[in-house]
Design a protein around this ligand. Sequence first.
Ligand code: FES
Length: 152
Amino acid sequence: EKVPLKLEVNGKKYKLAVEPRTTLLDLLREELNLTGTKKGCDYGQCGACTVHVDGQRVNSCLSFAVMHDGRKVTTIEGLADGDKLHPMQEAFVKHDGFQCGYCTPGQIMSAVACVREGHAGSDAEIREYMSGNICRCGAYSNIVAAIQEVKN
Ligand code: FES
């Protein structure tokens, strides 16, 4: 049986009815058509599904949508300001912080949280904070460079 859920996603308010078992990831992708958030492993190991809930980063595959009633969700689609990319998006472009790009939305959402939470000190600190975001192409050093640039 579906339950009511109020959610604000990227500044837009939604009144939804969802199955209690629906993950936030599936809700975003399949019901709201926000497919920028990726499904990699679907069990909390890869970080491709990272979004922000009330400013905190969350692996959206691991949490049920109904847990977030009344909260504000930001996905990669909500990061840019109209046509103007977020500074972290600009930095990923400038430093080639990706190859295939599949992990990139999650990487960028984590990277924004990394700077916002004050964990973008040394390269080692950044790597530690970002360690839940896996990149099979191995773009890690460029991702760190992008984060270092935004922090400065
Ligand atoms: Fe959520 Fe991999 S899809 S951590």
